[in-house]
Design a protein around this ligand. Structure first.
Ligand code: AHR
Length: 674
C-alpha cells in the first residue's frame, strides 16, 4: 500500500528528470545534420604535441592506495591506527574466542622505535587444562580492507614480529570471513628462548581455495602471552614484483601515461599540517614506517605505499614522476614564510633522495632500498590548490629559488592559474583544476584558445565532470571531457600535461565520485571517462594536424587529427577524433589532403566508437562493459570519406597511411588550428 502511494511522486520526479535532461541536452530527435571536416595531413603544417601531454594523477583518496593499488592485505598492520598512544585503535583487527579465553590489549613495547605500539594477546585457556577454550583455536584476525582476496594456487607471504616468555605454537591461516573455511594454513612453532626477544617470522602460504572476502588469522591453542607487531600479508604476484596490485596497474598502463603525479591532491595538504604527508616517514623498511592519519579523506595509511614506491611505480609505468609536496600550508594552518626553511630543506632532501648519488646522504637511503640508479624526477609542484592562501607566494618563492639553485633543470609548478592573467611570480608551469558540469566542460574546449602563447605552460592536472551530469561516471561526462581534451590537443603548444582526477575508487570508501577506475578486493572496471582517455593514448608526442570543421552545430561538434606511428605493426596512421555532443545524427564528409595521391590504404583502417543507448549510462561491477569503445574494421577508405556519427558519441578513425612521403605545405596562419 505504502509503495502504491509513493508512485505518483516517483513518476513526477522521473518525468521532471527527463524534462530537465532534455532542457540541458538535446534528446535524440532523429534529425540528421551535415558537417564537413578538412584535415591537412601534411606534417609540415602541424606541430609536435608535448611528449608529456597525457598522464595520470594519483591521490591517496577513496582508499586508492591503502587497500587498493598497494597489494598489502592487512589493514593497520602495526596496530598504530589510533596514533602512538595506548590504548590504541586496533580496528579492523578483532578476536577469535570470548573474553574468558583471551585478553587483547596494546602497549608500547614494540622493537620499532618510530611505531612503538604492539598488540599483547593473553590466552587464558587451552584444550586440555582446567580452563578449556571456547573455540578450538583462539587468537586475532584481520579482515583486510573490506575482505582479502585469496585465490586458489596463488602464494602469499605473511610476515610478523612476535615475542613471548613462553614457547609458542601459532597457526597462521587465511580463512573465510566467518572462519569456517580454511584456505591456507601453517604453524609457527618456537621455543621460549627463540622468542624471548622480538623475532621476525615469515611464511609462504599457498591457497587451496578462492574467497574474495577472506581474513588472516593468528591463533593458538596454548595458554600464555604473545606480543605481535607489524603483521603483513602480501601476494607474491605483484606488478613487476614491486608490491602493486597487478590488475590495477595494468589499467593504469592501458592509458600509456607519460607522467605520474602523486600523492595528492588535498592529501598532500592535510586539514592540519600535523596530518599532512611527510615523505621521510614513508621510506625505509616498511616495518619502521609510522603511518599516518590522512585527515582530509579521513583514513589511516600504513604507508607501505610511500615516497620510494611512488617513484618506483612511475618508473615501472615509463612515466615521469611529478612530486607534489606540502609547502607548509594545510587547509587550516600555515607556516609563516620566515619560518618555512626547515620545510624547504625537507624538500631538497626529498629531491636528493630521488636523484642523488648513492654516496649522498639521502641517495644512499634510496640505494639501500634497492634502487642505486637515480629516479628521473624532473618536475615538482609546490603545494596543491594553495594559491589564494596568505603565505603561499612567500613560501613558494623560498622553495622556488632553493630548488632552482640546487637543481636548475627541475621544472617547478605553481598552484596559481596563469591561463587568463600572467603570473606575478616565476614558474615553469601553472596548475589548472576544473570540476564543472558537462556543458561547461564541453565548452571549455576553448578555455585556452586566447591564453598568451608565451610564458609558463599549463598543467591541467585535475579535470572531470562532477555532480549530477557525472553521477558515478556517465557517458555524458566522458563525452564532455573528450571535447575538452580535443581542445587541449588543439592548444598543445601551450599545454604540457593533463590528467583526469581522481583516478581510483575503492567502492567501499566512496569519498569522491566519479573516478576513472572502480575496484573492490577482486574486481575492477573503467568508467566511461577511463575509456574515453584511451582515445588519447597515442597523442603525447604525436603530430597534431591542421583541421577545419564546417558545421551548423559548433556547440556540439569538435574534432582533431594527429599522425602517429603504431610500434606494434610499424605502420603510420592518421587518427581523426570527433565528439558529437548533440542528440542528432551527423553525416560528416571528411576530406584528407596534403598527401600524395592514394596515400591512404583501402584496407587496414579502423573505426572506434564510444556511445550507449542512454546518455547517463554507467559501467558497474554487474555491467563493467556497458559503455566501452567498440572497434571495427573500416574498409574502402581513401582521401574522401562519408561517415555517420551517432548521436552522443565519440568516434575515432585510424586511417592507415601507405606512404610517408608527404606534400609539404607550410600554413602560415597558426590561428586556423583553433
Ligand atoms: O581530486 C579530488 C580533489 O579535488 C583533490 O584532492 C583536490 O586537489 C581537488 O580539490
Amino acid at each position: 500500500m505504502g509503495s502504491c502511494q509513493a508512485r505518483p511522486i516517483v513518476l513526477f520526479f522521473m518525468l521532471f528528470g527527463l524534462f530537465a535532461l532534455g532542457q540541458s541536452f538535446d534528446v535524440r530527435t532523429g534529425t540528421n545534420q551535415t558537417a564537413q571536416l578538412n584535415v591537412n595531413a601534411s606534417e609540415a603544417s602541424g606541430w609536435q604535441i608535448a611528449e608529456t601531454l597525457f598522464g595520470i594523477f594519483f591521490e591517496e583518496i577513496n582508499h586508492a592506495g591503502s587497500g587498493g593499488l598497494w597489494a598489502e592485505l592487512v589493514s593497520n598492520r602495526g596496530f598504530e591506527a589510533g596514533g602512538p598512544n595506548t590504548p590504541s585503535n586496533i580496528d579492523p583487527w578483532s578476536v577469535i574466542g570470548d573474553e574468558s579465553s583471551l585478553i587483547v590489549s596494546t602497549d608500547r613495547s614494540s622493537c620499532f622505535s618510530r611505531n612503538k605500539v604492539a598488540l599483547r594477546m593473553e590466552v587464558q585457556c587451552d584444550l586440555t587444562g582446567f580452563k578449556t577454550c571456547s573455540a578450538s583455536e583462539v587468537g586475532i584476525y584481520n579482515p583486510g580492507y573490506w575482505g582479502m582476496n585469496i585465490e586458489q594456487g596463488k602464494t602469499y607471504k605473511v610476515v610478523f614480529y612476535i615475542t613471548s616468555p613462553d614457547s609458542v605454537n601459532i597457526s597462521v591461516s587465511f580463512a573465510s570471513s566467518d572462519g569456517s573455511q580454511i584456505l591456507a594454513t601453517t604453524n609457527i612453532i618456537a621455543a621460549a628462548s627463540d622468542v624471548s626477544n622480538w623475532t621476525k617470522k615469515e611464511v609462504l602460504l599457498e591457497a587451496k581455495g578462492t574467497n574474495p572476502n577472506s581474513r588472516l588469522q593468528l591463533t593458538t591453542t596454548r595458554k600464555g602471552v604473545i606480543w605481535f607487531d607489524q603483521v603483513s600479508a602480501m601476494p607474491m604476484d605483484t606488478y613487476m614484483g614491486h608490491g602493486f596490485r597487478r590488475e590495477l596497474v595494468d589499467m593504469l598502463a592501458g592509458l600509456k601515461p607519460r607522467f605520474f603525479r602523486f600523492p595528492g591532491g588535498c592529501f598532500v595538504e592535510g586539514e592540519w599540517l600535523r596530518n599532512a604527508f611527510r615523505w621521510k616517514e614513508t621510506i625505509g623498511p616498511w616495518e619502521e614506517r609510522p603511518g599516518h592519519f590522512g585527515d582530509v579523506w579521513m583514513y589511516w595509511t600504513d604507508e607501505g605505499l610511500g615516497y620510494f614506491e611512488y617513484l618506483q611505480l612511475a618508473e615501472d609505468l615509463g612515466a615521469l614522476p611529478i612530486w607534489v609536496f606540502n609547502n607548509g600550508i594545510s587547509h587550516n594552518d600555515q607556516v609563516n614564510t620566515p619560518t618555512v626553511l626547515p620545510f624547504v630543506q625537507d624538500v631538497l632532501d626529498s629531491i636528493e633522495f630521488a636523484r642523488g648519488d648513492p654516496g649522498s646522504k639521502w641517495g644512499s637511503v634510496r640505494a639501500a632500498m634497492g634502487h642505486p640508479e637515480p629516479f628521473n624526477l624532473k618536475y615538482v609542484a609546490i603545494g596543491n590548490e594553495d594559491c589564494r592562501k596568505k603565505n603561499y607566494k612567500g613560501n613558494y618563492l623560498k622553495f622556488y629559488y632553493a630548488i632552482k639553485a640546487a637543481y636548475p633543470d627541475i621544472k617547478i609548478i605553481t598552484n596559481c592559474d596563469g591561463s587568463s592573467t600572467p603570473l606575478d611570480h616565476p614558474a615553469d608551469l601553472y596548475d589548472f583544476h576544473t570540476y564543472p558540469s558537462a556543458k561547461t566542460m564541453f565548452s571549455m574546449a576553448h578555455q585556452f584558445d586566447h591564453t598568451s602563447r608565451t610564458g609558463p605552460k599549463a598543467f591541467v592536472s585535475e579535470y572531470a565532470v562532477h555532480g549530477n551530469d557525472a553521477r558515478n561516471g556517465s557517458l555524458l561526462a566522458a563525452l564532455a571531457e573528450a571535447g575538452f581534451l580535443i581542445g587541449l590537443e588543439r592548444n598543445s603548444d601551450i599545454i604540457e600535461m593533463a590528467s583526469y582526477a581522481p583516478i581510483f575508487l575503492n567502492i567501499n570508501d566512496q569519498r569522491w565520485i566519479p573516478d576513472a577506475i572502480v575496484f573492490n578486493s577482486w574486481q575492477q572496471y573503467g568508467t566511461p571517462s577511463y575509456w574515453m582517455q584511451q582515445f588519447f593514448t597515442e597523442s603525447s608526442g604525436a603530430t597534431l594536424l591542421n583541421t577545419t570543421l564546417q558545421t551548423s552545430s559548433p556547440d556540439s561538434l569538435i574534432a582533431s587529427a594527429i599522425t602517429w606511428k603504431n610500434t606494434s605493426d610499424d605502420n603510420n596512421y592518421i587518427r581523426i577524433k570527433i565528439v558529437n555532443f548533440g542528440g542528432d545524427t551527423v553525416n560528416l564528409k571528411i576530406s584528407v589532403n596534403g598527401l600524395d595521391p592514394d596515400s591512404i590504404g583501402l584496407f587496414g583502417s579502423t573505426k572506434t566508437v564510444l556511445t550507449s543507448n542512454n546518455l547517463m549510462d554507467e559501467n558497474s561491477f554487474k555491467e563493467p562493459k556497458k559503455v566501452v569503445p567498440n572497434t571495427s574494421a573500416f574498409p574502402n577508405t581513401g582521401e574522401n570519406l562519408d561517415v555517420v556519427l551517432a548521436p552522443h558519441s565519440f568516434t575515432s578513425f585510424d586511417l592507415l597511411k601507405k606512404s610517408i612521403s608527404l606534400i609539404t605545405k607550410v600554413v602560415s596562419d597558426a590561428k586556423s588550428y583553433i
